[in-house]
Every structure is written in structure tokens, then in C-alpha cells.
Design a protein around this ligand. Structure first.
Ligand code: SAH
Length: 242
């Protein structure tokens, strides 16, 4: 299950943080590190700070966009030091650990961290199903990147150990769509909203953002998403028949 957990670092500037994050992961049993458009190399400093976890830093997958990094994931959680203008479903770190352990049994799941100075953009935060905030000192709540990775990885480990020790048999998990499928659905929904002139292509407003939030909150299962895609295709067919 822990192999299904991806730790995704977006736009990291300091290579030392990549090394420290790799170490933070390995001590908690996590191995899968993804770097999105890093602003530094996995250099000597990274490897020095990774210590016994240099393999994780060296084997990190590097991609250009967050969408690519999480395409195969059924659960995406973004970590953020502060709540933005954007209200989004929130998880406590403990709940976050439990959700990862539960959902990571059947498919890849991603925990996303932002840039050292500016965190994650609103667009990146909107890709996530949930946001998680470590409830630190309100007067200074921004942890160093690798320490945030450590804290949330610890919660995943605690939930994992709890589950290992518990006597209960697993409940069957619903099958959730992967991020890529959800993204195609949003594209389709946008197209139909524009084609039916519900929204204007030139002035789309915030409707799609609100719909993204709605569907991320509702978490449709794979089969439910297929029904929605079917309805959109039926609408498209009806319009093109006219
Ligand atoms: N000034 C930035 C802080 C970035 S710290 C901001 O306000 O967003 C780098 C990353 O560490 C953040 O993007 C986030 O992923 C993580 N992080 C730091 N403190 C955190 C906290 N209290 N809760 C959750 N994540 C945190």
C-alpha cells in the first residue's frame, strides 16, 4: 500500500529540500518521489541531505506539470500552510493519513507540496480533492518544506501501522476515477457548457471553478462519472442533430 503513495514536490528551489524530503519519506516507508518542474537539480547537496535515502532522490520522477504527476491517481491532496480565498474541502493531517492508507490499497494516491516561497498556485490547489493544513502556530504556521513532508508522512505511517495491527477485515472500496479521467470529464463539461451557450468562451467567469469544486467534493465513482459523460455525449449529439 505504501508503494501507492506518491509525494509530489512542485517547483522546489533548494536542492537540499529535495534531499531532506527524500529522507523524511524513507524513514516513514515511502519511496515514490515526483518532482514537478523543479528549479534545481538533484545535486550533491541534495544527496548529502538525503543521507541513507539518496536512492529516493536519485530515482525521483521529473515531470513538467502537476496534471502529469497525478494523472494516474484516484486521490490528490494538496498541502497548504494557509487557507486561501478559495474554500475547498479540508482534511486534518490525521484524517489525511487514514484516507491515504484506505484508498492507497487499490490505486495510486498523491500528496502534493508547494514552492518554498509561494506554495501552490490556486490552479494547482484546484486540481486537488482536498487540502490539508498542519495546524501550526497561527502566528507563524509555515513549516520548512521537508518538515511538512515529514509531518504528513508520519501521519500516513501511523495510519498504516494502526491498520496493520487491527483485526478488522477491509471493507470493499468504491472505485474512483483517476485524475486523468476526471480531467477529461471537466474538459467535456466545459465544451458542452460553451456549445449550449450556458457559458461564453470569451467570458467564462468562475462557473467551471465552481463545478470543479462541486465534483471534487462529491467524488463521483468511476461508474457515476461514466453516466455523466454519457449524458454530455447525448446532449452533444442532440445539438449536432439540429
Ligand atoms: N509561503 C508559502 C509557504 C510555503 S512552505 C505559503 O504560504 O504557501 C512550502 C510547502 O510546505 C507548502 O506549499 C506546503 O505544501 C508545505 N507546508 C508548509 N507549512 C505547512 C502547513 N502548516 N500545513 C501544510 N503544509 C505546509
Amino acid at each position: 500500500m505504501l508503494n501507492n503513495v506518491k509525494v509530489v514536490l512542485v517547483g522546489t528551489s533548494h536542492s537540499g529540500n529535495i534531499g531532506s524530503a527524500a529522507r523524511a519519506m524513507k524513514v516513514m516507508g515511502l519511496h515514490n518521489l515526483v518532482l514537478v518542474d523543479p528549479n534545481c537539480e538533484v545535486d550533491e547537496q541534495a544527496l548529502a541531505l538525503a543521507a541513507g535515502a539518496a536512492d529516493i532522490a536519485e530515482n525521483a520522477t521529473i515531470v513538467n506539470t502537476l496534471n502529469e504527476a497525478v494523472a494516474d491517481c484516484s486521490l490528490v491532496v494538496g498541502s497548504s500552510a494557509r487557507s486561501r480565498t478559495l474554500e475547498w474541502p479540508m482534511l486534518e493531517p490525521r484524517e489525511c493519513g487514514q484516507k491515504f492508507v484506505q484508498e492507497g490499497q487499490t490505486s495510486p494516491v498523491a500528496l502534493v507540496f508547494g514552492r518554498e516561497r509561494t506554495g501552490l498556485t490556486n490552479e494547482e490547489l484546484q486540481i486537488c480533492h482536498y487540502h490539508v493544513c498542519i495546524p501550526a502556530n497561527p502566528e507563524y504556521s509555515s513549516l520548512n518544506l521537508a518538515m511538512a513532508v515529514q509531518t504528513l508522512s508520519y501521519e500516513i505511517r501511523m495510519a498504516y501501522l494502526d491498520r496493520e495491527q487491527s483485526q478488522y477485515t477491509e471493507e470493499p472500496q468504491p472505485e474512483y476515477p483517476r485524475h486523468k479521467e476526471l480531467d477529461l470529464f471537466f474538459e467535456h463539461l466545459n465544451k458542452v457548457a460553451v456549445d449550449t451557450q450556458f457559458i461564453s468562451q470569451d467570458q467564462p467567469g468562475k462557473v467551471m471553478n465552481k463545478l470543479r469544486r462541486l465534483f471534487n467534493r462529491a467524488r463521483p465513482e468511476a461508474q457515476e462519472l461514466n453516466i455523466l459523460r454519457g449524458i454530455l455525449s447525448a446532449i452533444e449529439k442532440k445539438i449536432s442533430d439540429k
